[in-house]
Design a protein around this ligand. Structure first.
Ligand SMILES: [Cu+2]
Length: 166
């Protein structure tokens, strides 16, 4: 009777020990996985995506129908994160077209209406009364052109400059 109890206790102990070992193995595997994944994510840009964001408002045209960007001179700093809030208060559609600036930046996302777009952005179309938000990090310093590509608008002066400071 006594021996049987000891034997059962030993069995239980052995079983617990085995379970503990397998938990240790699983933990070790998880930790290994993290060690491999974390540096890769940081190198890819998770640092950039977590930076505090600076909001910048730009109006495409005006309520009175002026063909201009307000403001038409934008300045950003390389490596900082921005949320460009674009609004069109006019009665017609306008474009925010800045291809080389977009190429010199990392776009995190664009929110337009209920749609969130991820990936390269070169041009944003804003219908009358609409709004879009572009979250990005400028990377390559320089001065870039901005214009509205609606026929006649660039010629009428709907242009601007975007500077990325190093
Ligand atoms: Cu326009």
């Amino acid at each position: 009777m006594m021996t049987k109890t000891v034997c059962l206790q030993l069995k239980q102990h052995y079983r617990n020990h085995r379970m503990q070992r397998s938990i240790e193995v699983i933990l070790a595997i998880i930790l290994c996985g993290c060690a491999i994944l974390l540096p890769a994510r940081n190198a890819f840009g998770s640092d950039l995506s977590r930076q505090p964001v600076t909001e910048v408002n730009v109006s495409l045209g005006s309520e009175t129908g002026e063909l201009k960007f307000f403001p038409n001179n934008l300045e950003f700093e390389s490596g900082k994160r921005y949320k460009l809030i674009l609004k069109n208060p006019s009665q017609q559609k306008h474009y925010f077209t800045a291809k080389s600036f977009a190429d010199a930046s990392w776009t995190q996302k664009v929110d337009a209406g209920n749609v969130e777009i991820k990936g390269a952005i070169h041009e944003l179309e804003l219908r009358s009364g609409s709004k879009a938000e572009w979250v990005f990090v400028p990377l390559k310093s320089g001065t870039y052109n901005l214009r509205c590509t609606v026929a006649g608008h660039t010629e009428a002066g709907m242009v601007g400059k975007i500077a990325i400071a190093p």
